[in-house]
Design a protein around this ligand. Structure first.
Ligand code: FAD
Ligand code: SF4
Length: 508
């Protein structure tokens, strides 16, 4: 009476209760399938890192005495679809039932739910990963028009007893230290050393290419830096807590052409593939504060990303699927400029942020939000195409976390469910938070003329074009006051320059 248990590529949690007993009547299967490599074009390092981590996980299970059938991308038996492979393995092992862990993407959830109806008995188990249930945010925000992350986050702090005192008051007397987290970085303190292990997966990369998988970005298969198992992820967490966390808060929003990682944790791949549990990451950070090794504003800022944003965007995703990716309140339809795929633009900030994304399959939050996403929204790029690019390019990109961040937070395409105002800026913000403008072909101060920074005219034109939707937003009062002070001639000049910029995005 054999049971077939499916483990998806982002379910690499060796502590899952399934794996705590060895059962001779259970076959575990992991599968590298074209279905998963092809739903968008992915960065080469993302495909390599996920496959390599899956292979490592399968090997470890076998070494622990579990029975595993691993379907590699070039396995002649591989049908390249999950249901097809389940049918195949079911027949081969004469399995009486199939079990799987709850997928985090709607696409897979739907596919496996359909499979369960078509080919019972099939049952779903919890991944035992998140701190909240799929529908918890929906319950917390029931009947509310706007879903404020801060409201959700404070509830999480109390429910999970994180950075709270006995009387349910926040540690340090404040729930949020965001105001202390906005320093630019001028080179001191130095960026911590990158202590991540390097893996050579050139042979795997050759197999992936030979299988016909399309990709973009620098493969760098001989130097894969992402943690490929829990032990490596724990080592990386430890290094971050010691060297990155103490400065995380101060420089959370900073950007630099000289340091791509700064004090960010780079833990998103390990978290999203479930090598690490969010609770253990939160606990490590909280303990560092209690031991006096990291200041409260850093620790709170870091924990807010995981206990707040990460759980919250997942709730937004499940409450709005299917169909969330279709939102486009501004009716933006512009195609992505060619430099999204090669980084070749004269705009220094975008050359760095996109170049880094293509080289490393990673960019940190402010680069994603205030450089790339900011430009995409100002230029009127189609939010669905922007979403597909983000979903492909980042090593940590899985739809449940990427889509709300892109469609909601970054492109405001949902009309403001998640963000209270669009995250856009002119060159002034980018200049304040980075050194990008210093080496740029464009002039950060100029608003008009060939050398004027494109963000400037696009910024004013964006607010003018969308005044009908945005001018009533209280948080944008100052913007519309300044726009109102401009004469018709100045507004027409911005409009003309922005139209001209949008007509030749490829050449910027
Ligand atoms: P750190 O800055 O060290 O933060 C610590 C952890 O907090 C991260 O590892 C992550 O797990 C969590 N976190 C931080 N910000 C967010 C957030 N806004 N939403 C959810 N979790 C967060 N994050 C992803 O994990 N996958 C994505 O596909 C993704 N797409 C994004 C798309 C856009 C347009 C934007 C603006 C943000 C996106 N983010 C995404 C959030 C954030 O940029 C990344 O989590 C972060 O850059 C990962 O690097 P890090 O591990 O060094 O993060
Ligand atoms: Fe970016 Fe404009 Fe600054 Fe150049 S001047 S780096 S385009 S913000």
């Amino acid at each position: 009476m054999t049971t077939l248990r499916l483990i998806l590529g982002d379910q690499l949690n060796p502590l899952h209760s399934w794996l705590q007993e060895r059962r001779s009547d259970v076959i575990y299967t992991l599968m590298e399938v074209r279905q998963e490599t092809d739903y968008v074009v992915h960065h080469a390092q993302k495909v390599i890192a996920i496959f390599a981590a899956m292979r490592d996980f399968a090997r470890a299970l076998q070494e622990q005495g579990h029975r595993v059938d691993y379907l590699a991308i070039d396995d002649p038996r591989n049908t390249q679809s999950i249901p097809g492979n389940l049918d195949l393995l079911r027949a081969h092992y004469q399995a009486v039932q199939v079990q799987y862990q709850a997928p985090d993407e709607w696409r897979l959830d739907q596919q496996l739910a359909d499979y369960a109806v078509a080919a019972p008995p099939v049952s779903m188990a919890d991944t035992e990963h998140f701190l909240t249930a799929r529908d918890e945010a929906q319950r917390i925000f029931a009947g509310r028009h706007q879903w404020l992350m801060e409201y959700f986050y404070r509830q999480m702090r109390v429910t999970h007893q994180v950075l709270v005192e006995k009387d349910k008051k926040p540690a340090g007397g404040q729930w949020n230290f965001d105001h202390d987290n906005r320093k630019p970085w001028r080179g001191d303190p130095p960026e911590p050393l990158d202590t991540r292990a390097l893996h050579d997966h050139s042979a795997l990369w050759e197999t992936i290419v030979a299988a016909g998988v399309q990709s973009f970005g620098r493969p760098d298969a001989a130097r894969i830096v992402w943690p490929l198992n829990r032990a490596e992820a724990l080592g990386h967490l430890d290094a971050f807590i010691q060297h990155g966390l103490p400065h995380f808060g101060d420089y959370q929003d900073a950007m630099s052409s000289k340091a791509s990682r700064l004090f960010h944790s780079l833990l998103s791949f390990a978290l999203n593939t479930k090598m690490l549990h969010p609770r253990e990451v939160i606990d490590e950070a909280q303990d560092a504060w209690r031991r006096g090794q990291a200041p409260l504003h850093s620790v709170e800022g870091f924990i807010r990303q995981i206990l707040g944003w990460r759980e919250y965007v997942r709730g937004v995703y499940w409450a709005n699927m299917p169909g969330y990716q279709e939102h486009n309140v501004f009716g933006h339809t512009q195609a992505l400029p060619s430099w999204f795929w090669d980084g070749k633009t004269r705009m220094n900030c975008l050359r760095h942020a996109i170049g880094q994304s293509l080289d490393d399959a990673h960019a940190h939050h402010i680069q994603r939000l205030m450089v790339i996403g900011n430009f995409a929204l100002l230029a009127g790029l189609d939010p669905k195409l922007v979403h597909q690019w983000y979903l492909g390019v980042y090593v940590d990109a899985f739809e449940w976390v990427e889509m709300p961040n892109t469609i909601g937070m970054s492109q405001f395409a949902d009309g403001g469910l998640l963000a209270t105002k669009p995250y856009v800026s002119s060159a002034a913000y980018i200049d304040r938070m980075s050194d990008y403008c210093k080496g740029c072909h464009y002039d950060k101060k100029a608003r008009l003329g060939d050398k004027a920074c494109p963000y400037n005219a696009l910024y004013w034109d964006f607010f003018e074009r969308h005044a009908g939707r945005l001018s009533g937003n209280q948080r944008l009062g100052m913007v519309y006051k300044n726009l109102g002070r401009m004469d018709d001639e100045a507004r027409a000049a911005f409009r003309l320059r922005a139209t001209e910029l949008r007509a030749r995005l490829d050449q910027l």
